[in-house]
Design a protein around this ligand. Structure first.
Ligand SMILES: [Cu+2]
Length: 225
């Protein structure tokens, strides 16, 4: 189901969307009941000549019901979303075999760091590509998210990934893309005058394409040095 939302192209997109729609339907029903109730009371008990107001404590039964139903609903939603939250954002949630990338935000661009042949960040063969994050499909990806200046937010709607980048901190973000394609990265934190142009792309490749792209870039980076 892709009602209201862009296509979900990561492994946990379905779970996130499901909870989103559950909450949307529940709050939608509550909204309609409350607003129609309000209208009903406004009209039914409006001031009329000859009709006197009277004081009442109200109804104990009604209060218990309208407190218990929302309380149970909120607990159920909390438990449901807690499970998905842990899968996406929990401590050490990223699968152990995830491929590691660096992503550093700054006013107003995203710099993706690639590990080079050794598969490790922070070594001599790392190279950086501006505003382009290339990853393979069907492969867990772990991003070490950082920022050089202010708070930015790494947001890829199609992957259902959103995470603030905080100065002085490196934050783990993981996802596994399920389809090749180009997906927009938008900075979702107002970070200065150029915020509007802080736009980049995640390119999800098939495994072969990714290996080819990586080899090209590695060679180009080596030649540049
Ligand atoms: Cu930004």
């Amino acid at each position: 189901m892709n009602w209201l939302l862009p296509p979900g192209n990561s492994t946990f997109a379905g779970d996130i969307d499901f909870i989103y729609y559950v909450i949307l339907v529940i709050t939608g029903i509550a909204f309609v009941i409350v607003e129609f109730g309000l209208l009903w009371f406004v009209i039914r008990y409006r001031r009329r000549p000859g009709r006197k107001a009277y004081y009442t404590h109200g109804s104990m039964k009604a209060e218990v019901i309208w407190t218990a139903i929302p309380a149970v609903t909120v607990v159920v939603i909390g438990v449901m979303s807690g499970g998905v939250w842990n899968q996406v954002k929990g401590r050490n949630a990223a699968p152990a075999d995830a491929m590691v990338f660096g992503l550093t935000a700054k006013q107003f661009e995203w710099n993706a760091t690639y590990t080079g042949a050794d598969g490790r960040l922070g070594t001599a063969d790392d190279f950086v590509v501006r505003n382009q994050l290339h990853v393979p499909v069907d492969q867990p990806v772990l991003i070490k998210l950082a920022t050089e200046d202010v708070i930015h937010s790494f947001f890829v709607p199609n992957l259902r990934v959103k995470q603030d980048a905080l100065p002085g901190k490196t934050i783990d973000v993981w996802f596994e893309a399920t389809e090749p394609g180009e997906f927009e990265i938008a900075c979702a934190e107002l970070c200065g005058l150029g915020h509007y142009r802080m736009r980049a792309f995640v390119t999800v490749h098939t495994a072969d394409d990714f290996a080819r792209w990586m080899a090209e870039q590695t060679a180009a980076a080596a030649a540049g040095e």
